[in-house]
Design a binder for this molecule. Structure first.
Ligand code: NAI
Ligand code: MG
Length: 493
């Protein structure tokens, strides 16, 4: 790789990485049925609605399968199955027996990791490297971790009695379909609750594959029910009187609708909503590492990440250097076929989401910000977006305030710690943040003052099942993961 150093900025020649031979993962690992019914009471059942809808591959726009659309009567059937399983089996089962089932699911997810990874990528558009190396192992880890807690709740909450809530209604988004199913199902089961889970309408297939595993694992019928559908199905779950807890991950708008719908009921809720995280680079940071962290922070999973580092703040003295390094690095990112093992940025999850992102690209330019995109070419078919950065951004610009949920970064400069803290916290959200500096004292100063549920220091997007995750303000409430993730599924008396 030829390097030339000019005016203190590094220019790397990356053309070579674009010319890698294709390395496509085989589709043969994935067994996808033509049609999927609803998984209720341990069986796949035809929907009472008699309706089905398509799920497509956003990288090719081809139809993958059709899945059932659950109506309110189907939701009711699933909730009845979950209630029955709760009363008759799951609540009464010895916790160590419950743990065995969860361990079994964890092991089966691992054993079929390749199939899960391929289906996740086909259905949602994320690079196979990410499904294979992140989503699927992280999902299995989540089941393993919470299986371990199932018979140890008295140690998690000493001197208290940990009682399950009953039936949990769980509604998940399309950005990490299998992983979000694991985040929701594992702690619910470990604490003795039963589940009705609804995956997002664009990415139902890995949850339905998980249903097959749950069936093979011989989990008592009705303990986990997986139903498909769009917003109306989710709303019917939220409104169902026999659901004790709603666990939701998705947009802040829907989070607010749910909050209103459950007001005055006994339903508990955890809401994991949007974000607009500040990623802050100080002039004493290891800049190459910081640039890698910024790239990971905003371009991981096409930027469809609630904790994406979508607002970059760079200390003024290194601003130009960082922006140049970032542009250089963006040129090296491979955008295209998600099934290719070399791909860094895959397809945008849906046509609608691509429209949202493109709307923000024009808003940003109209607001007077300067847009820069990598020069890569995009596939003719499918939904794609070039990695994009905006400079000359004002704090009040919509692109700096609103969640875009795509590979789009705004960059601003700052001079002092106080200034950047104020700018970073000037957002309706508060899910995550990142700090890049050589000084431990600065890290501690920032982490105490940044209003975000998770603050990463000299790294970004690090996840671990033992670590709690969740937000402040419009990013929602409640924590998932770790010991903290058990409490929202329990009555502690
Ligand atoms: P969404 O919030 O509409 O969808 C998330 C889930 O909620 C899906 O399963 C959906 O079927 C369900 N849902 C929709 N309306 C509902 C209702 N009234 N009651 C109950 N459930 C309902 O998210 P959408 O429209 O797909 O994405 C829009 C924006 O939301 C994105 O551009 C992004 O900014 C944000 N988002 C944030 C996520 C996060 O992880 N925090 C995940 C997905 C989207
Ligand atoms: Mg799909």
């Amino acid at each position: 790789m030829a390097k030339t150093v000019k005016n203190n900025t590094l220019k790397l020649k990356f053309e070579s990485s674009r010319n890698l031979a294709p390395a496509p993962e085989s589709k043969s690992a994935a067994k996808i049925s033509e049609r999927y019914d609803l998984f209720i009471d341990g069986k796949f059942e035809k929907p009472l609605s008699k309706k089905y809808f398509d799920t497509i591959n956003p990288a090719t726009e081809e139809r993958l399968a059709e899945v059932a659309e659950a109506n309110a009567a189907d939701v009711n059937k699933a909730v009845e199955a979950a209630r029955n399983a709760y009363d008759k089996t799951w609540k009464k089962m010895a916790p160590k027996e419950r743990a065995k089932y969860i361990y079994r699911v964890a092991r089966m997810v691992q054993e079929r990791a390749r199939e899960f990874a391929v289906i996740e990528t086909l259905d949602g558009g994320k690079p196979i490297r990410e499904s294979r190396d992140f989503d699927v192992p992280a999902a299995a880890n989540h089941f393993f971790y919470y299986a371990g807690w199932a018979d140890k709740l008295e140690y998690a909450f000493p001197n208290r009695q940990a009682q399950p809530l009953g039936v949990a209604g769980q509604i998940i988004p399309w950005n990490f379909p299998l992983l979000m199913a694991a985040w929701k199902i594992a702690p619910a089961l470990a604490t003795g609750n039963t589940v009705v889970l609804k995956p997002a309408e664009t990415t139902p297939l890995t949850a339905l594959k998980l249903a097959e595993i749950i069936q093979e694992a011989d989990l008592p019928p009705g303990v986990v029910n997986i139903i498909t559908g769009a917003g109306a199905t989710g709303a019917a779950m939220v409104d169902h009187p026999d659901i004790n807890k709603i666990a939701f991950t998705g947009s802040t708008d829907v989070g607010k609708i749910i909050q209103r719908a459950i007001a005055g009921t006994n339903k508990k809720a955890t809401l994991e909503l949007g974000g607009k995280a500040a990623n802050i680079i100080f002039d004493d940071a290891a800049l190459d590492q910081a640039v890698e962290g910024v790239v990971n922070g905003i371009f991981f999973n096409q930027g469809h990440v609630c904790c994406a580092g979508s607002r970059l703040y760079v200390q003024e003295s290194v601003f130009k250097t960082v922006v140049q390094k970032l542009k250089d690095r963006m040129e090296s990112l491979i955008v295209g076929d998600p099934m290719d093992k070399n791909t860094d940025i895959g397809a945008i999850n849906s046509k609608q989401q691509l429209e949202v992102i493109n709307t923000y690209l024009s808003i940003g330019q109209k607001e007077g910000a300067e847009m820069y995109q990598s020069s890569c070419s995009l596939p003719k078919k499918g939904f794609y977006c070039r990695p994009t950065i905006f400079t000359n951004v004002a704090q009040s610009n919509r692109i700096a305030q609103e969640e875009i949920f795509g590979p789009v970064l705004t960059i601003q400069s700052f001079r002092t710690d106080d200034e950047v803290i104020e700018k970073a916290n000037n957002t309706p959200y508060g899910l995550s943040a990142g700090v890049w500096t050589d000084k431990g004292s600065k890290i501690f100063n920032m982490t105490t003052k940044l209003k975000a549920g998770v603050v990463w220091a000299n790294t970004y997007n690090k996840f671990d099942p033992t670590s709690p995750f969740g937000g402040y303000k419009e990013s929602g409430y409640g924590r998932e993961g770790g010991l903290h993730g058990l409490a929202p599924y329990l009555n502690l008396v």
